[in-house]
Write a protein that binds this ligand. Structure first.
Ligand SMILES: [Zn+2]
Length: 151
């Protein structure tokens, strides 16, 4: 979809987690991802995700929350996109950053752990394994019923 950015009519109702699917050795930035998405064919107007979790746990802002994302085919409406930088190694700093973001978005929009999904859980994921994390474990981590750091 080319053209102008759509505004979310209502506040976000769900969150979808992604990974950049890039080398775990390289810490890409929101600016890098913005450049990748702008060079797609057809190009996105800007980075498709709303938040980026860097290797050191820093959270960078992508798209504004009130602007519809471009991260899950056919399911971007009222869906915030978060991407962690890497492919397989979701490190300790990133796990804590995710927990922070979870509580931030829970308080801001009332989205709870049951409203969090992994890209692979959507019918349009086409066999993608993104974000390469077991979402039941992630939801339990967000709820505080499991310690992801022990896994
Ligand atoms: Zn994804």
């Amino acid at each position: 979809m080319k053209g102008k950015l759509k505004s979310l009519k209502a506040k976000p109702k769900m969150v979808t987690l992604h990974c950049t699917d890039t080398s775990d050795e390289i810490d890409y930035t929101a600016a890098n991802i913005d450049a990748w998405h702008k060079s797609r064919k057809p190009p996105f107007r800007e980075i498709g995700y709303h938040y980026v979790i860097r290797k050191d746990g820093m959270i960078e802002k992508g798209r504004e929350d009130h602007v519809q994302g471009a991260h899950v085919r056919s399911h971007n409406k009222e869906n915030l996109g978060i991407v962690w930088v890497g492919r397989y190694h979701f490190n300790e700093a990133q796990r804590y950053a995710l927990l922070y973001l979870y509580h931030y978005l829970r308080i801001k929009y009332g989205v709870h752990s049951g409203d969090w999904f992994g890209h692979y859980e959507f019918d349009t994921a086409n066999g993608k394994t993104c974000p390469n994390l077991e979402m039941d474990d992630i939801r339990a981590w967000l709820e505080g019923t499991s310690d992801l750091l022990l896994k």
